[in-house]
Design a protein around this ligand. Sequence first.
Ligand SMILES: [Zn+2]
Length: 160
Amino acid sequence: MADAFQLNISRELAERIGRHGAETFPHECCGALLGRDEARDGKAGKAGETPWREVRELFPLVNRRDDSPRNRFAVTAEDVLEAEKAARKHGLDVVGWYHSHPDHPARPSQFDREHAWPWYSYIIVSVMSGEPADMTSWRLNDDRQDYSPERIEIPKRAAV
Ligand SMILES: [Zn+2]
């Protein structure tokens, strides 16, 4: 049974993801989430403690899929290398990926689940008629059969 995951992200970065989705509308945007993980292996935290991670920076990617850019995104091995290089520059790790769902709800599709990797956080922002709407995050379960929702915690401006 998966714990309730929590992803901390500043309002500014959350808004940047929404803006990226609005810019590429009606196509999907995608990018990497750079940040830090507390209790990285899931065991370092105390029993009963909720594992959480924090997004500190974004690394926008080019959607390389030209066959169906409206409803699927693909992260290539090259993207992963570039994102990891960018993360190291900031002293951070690649903790996940984000993409948009143009005119679709912020729910992982079958394609998303089949192309996701365990451990990473996947933020989805719904962009309806060109305007950023709901944002959700989820993680693939270790058995790769299903995913767990991840709570997005956006601190108040003053706390950033
Ligand atoms: Zn998707």
